[in-house]
Design a protein around this ligand. Structure first.
Ligand code: SAM
Length: 270
C-alpha cells in the first residue's frame, strides 16, 4: 500500500481518519507493519507503523525507497462535467500522466463551478494508486479565451468536428511539439547569438530540428471540450495556434476523450 501524507519526509507521520480506517479495517495492518508513503515533495519512503488505534495512527519514515521525480510538462485542459464524470476524468487524467489540470469554461460548458478541493482528493487517490510521487496541480476554472490568450506552449485540441477524418493524430501531435520547440530554440538563438554566420537559416534550422527531434518533447497542453462540443466561434480562436486532432470515427464522451487523447500524447512522446 501507498499513502499520500502531508508530513515532511523523512520523519514522523500521522495518518488521518480515512487512512486509519483504510490501514486498520481494510488492509488489517498492525503496529510493526510497513507501508509506502509520499508527500509530493520528498520522494517515496517506507513508513513503519507505530500506532494504529481506532482513531489514531502514526508511523516513522526513515528508509527512502525512491527519489522525487517530476511529472511530465503536460497540461490537461478540460471543460468541467457533472460530478461523477468529472471525478472519473480527473482520476484518469492523473493516471495518464497530466502534470497540471486546467478547467476551462467554454460556450457550451454547463457545469461552471467545481469543487477543486474534492478534485484534489481524487487526484491524490489516483497518485496513490498509480505509483507517482509528484501530485498534479489543479487550478481554478478559466475562460477559454483567457486560457488561449495566456498560453505559451503547444496546444492540441480534440475536436469532434474532425471525427472520422483521415489523419495520423500521433504524427500531428509529435510534429506540432517539435515545430514549437524548433521555433522556441530559434528565437532563443536569435536573441543570444550575434554571429551572422551562425544565424544562417539553413544551418540553424537543420541543427535545431535535429536537437528537437532527439529531445524530450516540449511543454504541451491538450484540450477536451464539453458535452455540447465546441462552437464555431471557439474553433476560430484555435487557429492557427493550436493543432486539432480527431479521436477516431465515433463521437466519444468527454471523459472517454480524455483517456484517448492522453494515450495519443503518450504514444507521440515515445
Ligand atoms: N455533443 C458533441 C457533438 O455531438 O458534436 C460532442 C462533444 S464530445 C461529447 C465532448 C468532447 O470530446 C469534444 O468537444 C472533443 O473535445 C472530444 N471528442 C469526442 N469525440 C471526439 C472525436 N471523435 N474526435 C475528436 N474529439 C472528440
Amino acid at each position: 500500500p501507498r499513502l499520500f501524507v502531508t508530513a515532511d519526509l523523512p520523519g514522523p507521520v500521522a495518518f488521518d481518519q480515512r487512512q486509519v480506517n483504510y490501514l486498520r479495517n481494510v488492509l488489517r495492518l498492525k503496529p510493526g507493519d510497513a507501508i509506502r508513503v509520499f508527500n509530493g515533495r520528498d520522494g517515496e519512503w517506507r513508513a513503519d507503523i507505530d500506532v494504529l488505534g481506532k482513531k489514531d495512527g502514526s508511523a516513522r519514515a526513515e528508509v527512502q525507497l525512491g527519489s522525487q521525480t517530476p511529472l511530465p510538462d503536460l497540461w490537461y485542459a478540460f471543460a468541467p462535467l457533472k460530478q461523477a464524470r468529472l471525478d472519473y476524468m480527473v482520476e484518469k487524467a492523473t493516471e495518464m500522466g497530466a502534470g497540471r489540470l486546467v478547467p476551462v469554461l467554454t460556450q457550451h460548458t454547463q457545469v461552471r463551478r467545481i469543487n477543486t478541493e474534492r478534485l484534489r482528493a481524487n487526484i491524490i487517490e489516483a497518485c496513490e494508486q498509480c505509483g507517482i510521487v509528484a501530485v498534479p496541480e489543479i487550478v481554478e476554472p478559466v475562460a477559454l479565451r483567457d486560457f488561449l490568450g495566456g498560453l505559451d506552449r503547444t496546444l492540441v485540441v480534440a475536436d469532434e468536428a474532425l471525427a472520422g477524418e483521415a489523419g495520423d493524430p500521433v504524427a500531428t501531435i509529435r510534429d506540432a511539439t517539435i515545430r514549437d520547440a524548433t521555433l522556441r530554440d530559434a528565437t532563443i538563438r536569435d536573441a543570444t547569438l550575434r554571429d551572422a554566420t551562425i544565424r544562417d537559416a539553413t544551418i540553424r534550422d537543420a541543427t535545431v530540428h535535429d536537437a528537437a527531434v532527439h529531445d524530450v518533447m516540449g511543454p504541451l497542453a491538450v484540450l477536451v471540450g464539453p458535452e455540447g462540443g465546441f462552437s464555431q466561434e471557439e474553433r476560430a480562436l484555435f487557429t492557427p495556434r493550436a493543432v486539432r486532432v480527431s479521436l477516431g470515427p465515433r463521437v466519444l464522451r468527454a471523459d472517454t476523450a480524455a483517456v484517448a487523447l492522453l494515450a495519443l500524447v503518450e504514444a507521440a512522446r515515445h
